[in-house]
Ligand binder design. Structure first.
Ligand SMILES: [Zn+2]
Length: 469
């Protein structure tokens, strides 16, 4: 039985955008495939039914490696690139280039915590669910080399008036190609590509993932160069200030839209099986293929109330005849349900097994993402001079504006000197006695390349290399 949708207060955000409920685009892709390519849709359903087997096989291999002492392999962090494609108003909403830099940093921190059982709100997981709370071991870092080997901060920003729609493959493919006004993927065998855009034909959409299985490489209809994740431009990153602009009047501001979408990228499905409210044992019912996520009739919105000591939330799939099917309730606290960011807390052991199977098995579809650790390192020409860890000069690379933040208690900043690579002084800014910890330098209009920014504090000097691009 399909639950009635909770149509409570709708929030007016950024003009006409309504974000009252989480919405993710992978269902539209799957529905399109079901309507146009039933044979492939049947294969996808068969794979979904076998996902737990993939997890079991992975765990069996892992156990074998453990018992035979072959556990020395260290899997590298996955290099991530954010392609931010917005208009100038949207870029301003993000806080400009500096705001984007902060959102990228906070988003990667959220992914690393959520995928490695380090999210602090795990204290809210009920005791009955705690044994299922699992760590994937998958780590994410900003790419510091682009495909040409040039320095990058792990993101690129394109301001444009071009708008993007779902298109024939329902994955906003036009945003993923320079030729149609977007930005090309960086080699999808080496980088996890994330496009941050405005979904102009579906402004309430938060994100849509394109996993390997839906691309041509996996037998699907979507070009391989479009593999990755698209996210609403104002739904990535974790809120720092109350004034920061985020989708959904603040309920999608903890970075968990990408925790959810990257789960799809690693082949996870929604916990309720996308079957319009049926239960898995019904003739038209489907399941997420994972054994330890209890059956769920439909998506859960909002922030469900349950107690930590074992209180549970049930839905229409609670009973199958006389059998209790949801002894620990529904998976409304799972990253793959539709709740608000603050209500999601975990992946299960089964889900993590599926993701590990895609990433860590040498023949797996996403294995190559772990095989390019050099992409995480800065090219030699921008290696940072070690200095005061409190000093932050960003963004680097920059397109002109350089922000300097510091926490030099009792040691004010007196001047900033910018020199080029042959030691010529390009700019000298007398800022005597700046104590507030925030300063900026404008390098726009100068020739692109490497510069040294020296901050002369009362207590000493610190120099950092900056790439102007
Ligand atoms: Zn989803």
């Amino acid at each position: 039985m399909k639950k009635s949708l909770i149509l409570g207060a709708s929030f007016l955000v950024w003009g006409t955008t309504l974000f009252a409920q989480r919405k993710c685009g992978i269902v539209a892709i799957q529905n399109h495939i079901a309507a146009t390519n039933p044979e492939f849709a049947a294969k996808l359903q068969e794979r979904t039914a076998n996902l737990q087997q993939e997890a079991d096989n992975y765990y069996a291999q892992e156990k074998l490696a453990n018992t035979s002492g072959k556990t020395t392999t260290v899997y590298s962090t996955i290099p991530v690139v954010f392609h931010i494609i917005v208009n100038s108003t949207q870029l301003a909403q993000l806080g400009g280039t500096a705001g984007v830099a902060k959102r990228v940093d906070s988003q990667l921190a959220v992914l690393n915590r959520d995928y490695n059982r380090q999210n602090k709100d795990s204290t809210l997981i009920p005791s009955s669910w705690k044994p299922l709370y699992a760590s994937s071991g998958i780590k994410f870092g900003p790419a510091h080399r682009d495909p040409a080997g040039h320095a990058t901060y792990g993101y690129e920003i394109k301001t444009t008036t071009t708008t993007f729609v779902a298109g024939s493959t329902f994955d906003y493919g036009s945003a993923k190609h320079l030729s149609s006004g977007g930005l090309d993927a960086w080699d999808p065998t080496s980088y996890l590509n994330i496009w941050c855009i405005y979904f102009s034909d579906n402004p309430t959409l938060l994100g849509v993932a394109t996993p390997y299985s839906l691309t041509a490489a996996g037998g699907g209809p979507i070009p391989y160069a479009q593999m990755g994740v698209c996210v609403s431009y104002d739904a990535f990153g974790k809120r720092v200030n109350t004034s920061d602009a985020y989708a959904g009047s603040g309920v999608y501001d903890l970075g968990r839209t990408l925790t959810h979408e990257v789960g799809h990228f690693f082949e996870l499905h929604h916990t309720w099986g996308d079957d319009n409210g049926d239960c898995p044992w019904m003739s038209t019912g489907r399941d997420d293929g994972i054994a330890d996520t209890p059956p769920e009739s439909d998506q859960t919105f909002g922030n469900p109330t349950y107690t930590i000591t074992g209180g549970t939330v049930y839905d229409a799939c609670k009973m199958n005849g006389a059998t209790l099917m949801q002894p620990i309730g529904i998976p409304c606290l799972d990253y793959m349900d539709y709740t608000d960011d603050k209500a999601m807390h975990m992946f299960t052991v089964g889900q993590v097994g599926v993701m590990k199977a895609q990433v860590f098995s040498t023949t797996a579809e996403n294995f190559t993402l772990t095989q390019h650790p050099s992409l995480l390192n800065w090219p030699a020409e921008v290696s940072e001079v070690e200095g005061n860890s409190n000093l932050n000069i960003f963004p680097n690379p920059t397109d002109g504006q350089v922000n300097i933040t510091f926490n030099e208690q009792g040691s004010p900043l007196n001047e900033v000197v910018v020199t080029n690579t042959i030691g010529q002084q390009i700019q000298k800014i007398d800022c005597s006695n700046v104590k507030n910890g925030n300063f900026s330098v404008d390098l726009s209009g100068m020739a692109k390349g490497i510069y040294f920014v020296t901050c002369n504090f009362a207590s000493g000097s610190i120099t950092r290399k900056i790439l102007l691009q």
